[in-house]
Every structure is written in C-alpha cells, then in structure tokens.
Write a protein of this length. Structure first.
Length: 98
C-alpha cells in the first residue's frame, strides 16, 4: 500500500511541477507580447525620447546665451558709436512722419 500511495504522490508532484513550468512559460510569453505592444503604441504616439529632449534643451540654452551675448555686443557698439543709430520709436522716425 505504501508503494501505491508514493507512486500516486510522485505523479501528483510531477504534474504540479510540469504545471508550474508551463505557467512560467506562459508568463514569459505574455510579458513579451505586452512589452512589444507597449513599444508599438509608444512608437505610434511619436513621443520624444529623453536623450533627444535633453539635446534640444541644451541647444536652446546655448542659443539664448549667444543671443544675450550678441545683444550686449550690439549695445556696446552702439554706445561706442555715440548712439547715432535711431531706434523704432526715436525722434528720427517721428520727424519723417511730419
């Protein structure tokens, strides 16, 4: 009798072990399908990657810094010339309207 019950329990143990292995295989397949679908959806949404965003952000920062430097240089050059260049709201533009 003990040998029969041991064989029965051995078979149940093997079945459980096989079921656990199959469940792990199914889990891996589901994970792969979900990951592929998520990547496809994100690619279809045309979302910017972090690296590209950071690169454009740095380019904009450099452009602003260069713009400020050029503005300062223009102000310095105009001061050196004695401010003879009329601005849009200055007297030279008002005098031409009369």
């Amino acid at each position: 009798m003990t040998q029969t019950s041991n064989r029965f329990f051995d078979e149940i143990g093997r079945l459980m072990n096989d079921a656990a292995g199959a469940a792990q295989g199914v889990k891996r397949e589901v994970d792969t399908v979900v990951r592929n679908q998520a990547e496809k959806i994100l690619n279809d949404l045309d979302i910017v990657k972090r690296e590209e965003f950071e690169a454009v952000k740095d380019m904009a920062r450099l452009a602003r810094e260069e713009n400020e430097a050029l503005k300062a240089r223009i102000v310095a050059l105009e001061a050196r010339l004695g401010g003879s260049t009329p601005d849009a709201g200055g007297p030279a533009s008002q005098g031409s309207a009369i």
